[in-house]
Design a protein around this ligand. Structure first.
Ligand SMILES: [Fe+2]
Length: 355
């Protein structure tokens, strides 16, 4: 009887897996990156035959073609810096008066926020979108600033509606290690993250770290990607297994890249990076709280066009993050799993951590 039950359970499992094959295949044609969650992507045999490497190579070629079409959106000097380094750092981005007005609008006000603890750092997030931006004219102007948008689109290699949120990082130097302090690529294709800094960030306050030029797919990087992909599924580091490959600093020269740089910047600086390039958050050597306006875009890397973004349609525009968080809340209620961004109620953006 027990053997029969086991056979039935195995058969049910096989059927359930078969039903998911189309979903896994669609993920391969899109932005799926987790070797642990998608067994086709995670297959050592297929990756030995070059599945992951082919996706990396095709995505890089498509990104190059899309960026060439979006070049007019970006100032030539910024474009040259981005093409060379994969990161653009623009100091004094706003004029002093506008910057002061923006800070007045943000600080001293209470926002409905969420928090996530990762090791020694707590991140606080206040989504900025259709539900929150009305009544915030300075933030509204910043998130539609043509230079910010142009750079974001170019770095992401596609236009569309970016996600924006107020991001606070409360770093507590005595806690356990923060997983974001390991050098890594976010995914297998060009994608962007950007920060507009409201505070100065000193060297010892956990600045962003980036490996200049590591957004470029060198032949050595492609070979490294292929090697990682074969064993990624069972990697001890869950982020690595999920497709955000970790790398040791001593392995960078072998991929044709230089040393990481710390992006310690004054307030009123905009930083836009392609996070296919290797990056990290440096460990904070002292307690610090920093607030930025954070932005990102991540989409299907294989599409030839730069626009046609379903997330920019009326009804969805400016709601991607709110919808994602609502979905995660529901998933957590139903299954006990889901992104642990805990609502902490209305707080000021620079309040102490609540979780
Ligand atoms: Fe990252």
């Amino acid at each position: 009887m027990a053997a029969l039950t086991r056979t039935a359970a195995r058969a049910a499992g096989t059927l359930a897996s078969a039903a998911r094959v189309p979903v896994w295949l669609a993920g391969i044609a899109g932005a799926d990156k987790s070797f642990a969650k998608n067994p086709i992507l995670g297959s050592p045999t297929l990756n030995r035959l070059g599945l992951h490497a082919a996706r990396v190579q095709l995505a890089a070629r498509m990104a190059e073609q899309r960026r060439a079409r979006m070049a007019p959106l970006v100032d030539p000097a910024d474009r040259a810096a981005f093409d060379r380094d994969g990161i653009v750092i623009k100091r004094d981005f706003l004029d002093p008066e506008t910057f002061r007005a923006l800070k007045d609008e943000i600080f001293g006000r209470r926002f409905a926020a969420r928090e996530l603890r990762q090791g020694q750092a707590v991140q606080r997030m206040v989504p900025l979108g259709r539900d929150t931006l009305p009544g915030l004219p300075q933030l509204s102007a910043l998130v539609s600033h043509p230079a910010l948008r142009g750079l974001t689109y170019y770095a992401a290699s596609r236009a569309g509606e970016p996600v924006y949120y107020l991001q606070t990082v409360v770093a507590e130097p005595d806690g356990p290690n923060d997983p974001q302090t390991a050098l890594h690529a976010d995914t297998f294709h060009a994608t962007t993250k950007g920060w507009f800094f409201l505070h100065d960030v000193a060297e010892e306050e956990g600045p962003f770290v980036y490996v200049p030029g590591s957004h470029r797919l060198t032949p050595e990087r492609l070979a490294w990607e292929r090697a990682q992909s074969v064993a990624a599924r069972g990697h001890a580091n869950s982020h690595h297994a999920a497709g955000s490959f970790r790398i040791r600093e001593e392995d960078l020269p072998g991929l044709g890249y230089g040393a990481p740089v710390r992006v310690a910047v004054p307030a009123n600086t905009l930083v836009i990076a392609d996070t296919f390039g290797f990056h990290a958050r440096a460990p904070s050597l002292r307690a610090s709280t920093r607030v930025t306006v954070h932005t990102y875009i991540r989409r299907n890397p294989f599409l030839p066009w730069t626009g046609l973004d379903p997330k920019a349609l009326p009804g969805l525009r400016g709601r991607e993050l709110a919808l994602y968080l609502g979905f995660q809340d529901l998933k957590r209620r139903l299954t006990g799993r889901g992104a642990p961004w805990r609502p902490v109620g209305p707080v000021t953006v620079d309040a102490p951590a609540q979780v």
